[in-house]
Write a protein that binds this ligand. Structure first.
Ligand code: AFP
Length: 331
């Protein structure tokens, strides 16, 4: 039997690859894995809690008010970061403003984390895959002081690590520290992540396209022409591509990463800046995509080169197999 590699073993073995090999980033990644296990456990119970145990006026079995799962996930990750000692502040999809941790220990942390605790949360009630997305930067404010907005508003190219957790038919954690992409599947029986997808590469070409075609009338002519190409037999495969849209970015991205494909959420009149958030949805996935040989743009420029001006900034998003993204942009 070949030896299994746990996430912890893998993180420790790769520690020397990090630009600042003090063990801090390793511990932070382990904190993320711990929070992911807690959230995975909550997600697995969501249907039970919402529809059976909590059917009485939104209360749980102890008579306490049920919290929404995205709030539960947000709190689990914040707790892990605040207690870990490596993170001085966070920004999350769930909170209007960023959070600078107040404890002396946390202010000595060298990292900030930006994350979406539960993306695709409108899918929870219908038992469809959802995910957590995270992005890690070194702080630029002085160590020992509270985290600042400038720590949060760094360009995606400055990320030191990024990743996601997909709560699907199994729970998988995929991350990169800028030296390739690796995926780890959770064994729920023993609560351990094992290396299941080493050195992930995104195929240069694919035949899956993921887009909300309900917005078709609002797409720009270049994008409409690309969709015509996808649906015709004039593309490089000689037959129409397959449309696949889960409406859960992490799940759509993960499938396309493995099989080859493109996910597009363009700017449209109902979302003139785009729908997805630059800092904690697009940047981390763009980092993973590029590390796996794929490409991510806003339709014009690389996502990772965009200088953010706001915490919850939205952008158009084209991500996936390199040649497909280039073609969709009209190149
Ligand atoms: P929710 O978290 O509100 O479900 O949004 C999910 C999401 O951010 C992303 O995961 C989907 O790909 C995208 O929005 C779906 O948006 P549309 O419903 O407009 O297609």
């Amino acid at each position: 039997m070949s030896k299994l590699t746990t996430l912890h073993e893998f993180i420790v073995a790769k520690q020397k690859d990090f630009p600042f090999a003090s063990g801090e980033l390793s511990r932070l990644l382990s904190d993320i894995a711990l929070a992911a296990k807690i959230v995975s456990n909550d997600v697995r119970k969501a249907g039970l809690v919402d529809h059976i145990l909590g059917a009485q006026g939104g209360q749980n079995v102890q008579g306490e008010e049920q919290q929404k799962l995205d709030v539960v996930a947000d709190e689990a990750f914040i707790r892990a970061f605040e207690n870990g000692g490596e993170v001085c502040g966070i920004a999350s999809e769930e909170n209007d403003d960023y959070l600078a941790f107040s404890s002396e220990a946390a202010q000595k942390g060298n990292y900030v984390v930006l994350f979406d605790p539960l993306d695709g949360s409108s899918n929870i009630d219908v038992n469809v895959s959802i995910g957590t997305i995270f992005s890690i930067y070194r702080r630029i404010s002085p160590n020992g002081t509270p985290a600042t907005l400038a720590d949060m508003l760094q360009t995606g190219d400055q990320q030191v690590a990024a990743g996601y957790v997909l709560y699907g038919s199994s729970t998988i954690l995929v991350y990169s520290t800028g030296k390739g992409v690796n995926g780890f599947t959770l064994d729920p029986a023993i609560g351990e992540f094992f290396l299941s997808h080493p050195d992930m590469k995104m195929p240069e070409e694919g035949r899956l396209y993921s887009i909300n075609e309900g917005n078709l009338q609002d797409f720009n002519p270049t994008l409409r022409a690309y969709l015509d190409y996808c649906q015709s037999d004039q593309n490089q495969t000689g037959k129409p591509y397959s449309g696949r849209y889960i409406g859960s970015l992490v799940a759509d991205f993960h499938r396309n990463l493995i099989k080859g494909g493109i996910y597009i959420y363009p700017t449209v009149p109902s979302a003139p800046q785009g729908r997805l958030r630059l800092l904690y949805e697009c940047n981390p996935l763009a980092f993973i995509a590029e590390q796996a040989g794929g490409l991510a743009t806003d339709g014009q420029q690389r996502i990772l080169a965009i200088k953010p001006s706001q915490l919850h900034q939205r952008v158009g998003f084209y991500i996936g197999s390199k040649k497909m993204v280039e073609k969709a942009m009209g190149n």
